[in-house]
Ligand binder design. Structure first.
Ligand SMILES: [Zn+2]
Ligand SMILES: [Zn+2]
Length: 349
């Protein structure tokens, strides 16, 4: 075992503080890597604040992890020392159920996916995430980061990137399709870039027009304020696909009304409380309400390669670990353009 520095939350109400954690010995199928950057995802904040149930404290968050391989196990074939690698939201799954076999490990029905933090490894030890200096992960759950993607920009792709890429692919975003993105935050700004790169016509639906210039620069063709009731009249029946990236309760009826016949509204943000679904706007145009959670390992690799090819990279603000608590406050105030990424240099070595 090795000891590495990390930032952890010890309760829902205290700030994260610096501590040390143990990482396991490098097993035959394991890849050990120095973490260079870790993105801050809204899920980290929901988890440490206990908004998705009481977590197992201490929680070391971080599931947007990018780094450089330092050691590989004797049986490892996919990676070697020096490779640029990443880890996303999960580090293992049962590998035997239908979903795992189909590359949908995130929907594992065996053991369930083993999350990168606040979960339990097969051997019963708790998982700790990327707000730390190094980690050890089975090679089958490690992603290759293409050389053309800087490691700091790669980190947010491992959650924000795949969370938006997977539904865009699943619902066939592309030429001739009209896609709306609700919210221009960490997820939303990637959704705009990816949908545009896939060839779809992109509209941003944001509370105000404050970020309009950014939205258009990122690839949106249209930008509307949802605080303006006229938006909902004007855009009625306009979209094939709407991705809701906002982690707050919406007036679903109003948004469903913006879909064309057979259109789909996909929930990506995970608000704490249930939302009401009015049946008429759903049935009236044979619309669908769905949800999507990250993506499988193969699809995550496909997304990384797609982002390299299309230069679709997140806009980031790199911070030091001692700024994490302030960064959380700023995420909650929507005061980040568009993802905080922790430079973990001071947690290494
Ligand atoms: Zn996330
Ligand atoms: Zn499984």
């Amino acid at each position: 075992m090795s000891t590495v520095s990390a930032y952890a939350a010890n309760s829902a109400t205290e700030p994260l503080t610096k501590t040390t954690i143990k990482r396991r010995e490098v097993g035959p199928h394991d890849v050990a890597f120095d973490i260079h950057f870790a993105g801050i995802c809204h899920s980290d904040i929901h988890t440490v604040k206990g908004e998705w149930g009481t977590p197992n404290y201490p929680v070391v968050p971080g599931h947007e992890i990018a780094g450089v391989v330092t050691e590989v196990g004797s049986e490892v074939t996919k990676y070697k020392v020096g490779d640029h690698v990443g880890v996303g939201c999960f580090v293992d799954s049962c590998r035997e159920c239908d979903n795992c076999k189909a590359g949908l490990e995130q929907y594992c029905t065996g053991t369930g996916m083993i999350a990168t933090y606040n979960s339990t490894e097969r051997d019963g030890t708790p998982t700790f995430g990327g707000y730390s200096g190094a980690t050890v992960v089975d090679e089958n759950y490690v992603l290759r980061i293409p050389d053309s993607i800087p490691l700091d920009a790669a980190a947010p792709l491992l959650c924000a990137g795949i969370t938006t890429y997977s539904p865009l692919r699943h619902w066939n975003a592309g030429p001739g399709k009209s896609v709306a993105v609700i919210g221009l935050g960490g997820l939303g700004h990637m959704a705009v870039k990816l949908a545009k790169a896939m060839g779809a016509e992109v509209t941003v639906l944001s509370q105000s027009l404050k970020k309009m210039e950014d939205g258009l620069r990122l690839g949106a063709s249209h930008y509307y304020a949802t605080a303006d009731p006229d938006t909902f009249k004007k855009l009625r029946g306009s979209f094939d696909l709407i991705l809701n990236t906002v982690s707050a309760n919406l007036d679903l009826g109003a948004y469903l009304g913006l879909l064309k016949v057979d259109g789909t509204l996909v929930e990506l943000g995970m608000p704490e409380h249930a939302m009401e679904v009015p049946p008429f706007p759903l049935a009236g145009m044979r619309r669908s309400l769905s949800g999507s959670m990250i993506g499988g390992i193969a699809e995550t690799q496909e997304m990384l390669d797609f982002c390299a090819e299309h230069d679709a990279l997140p806009e980031i603000e790199v911070i030091a670990p001692d700024y994490i608590n302030e960064a959380y406050e700023r995420v909650l105030a929507s005061d980040v353009r568009y993802r905080f990424v922790i430079d973990t240099a001071s947690l290494r070595g």
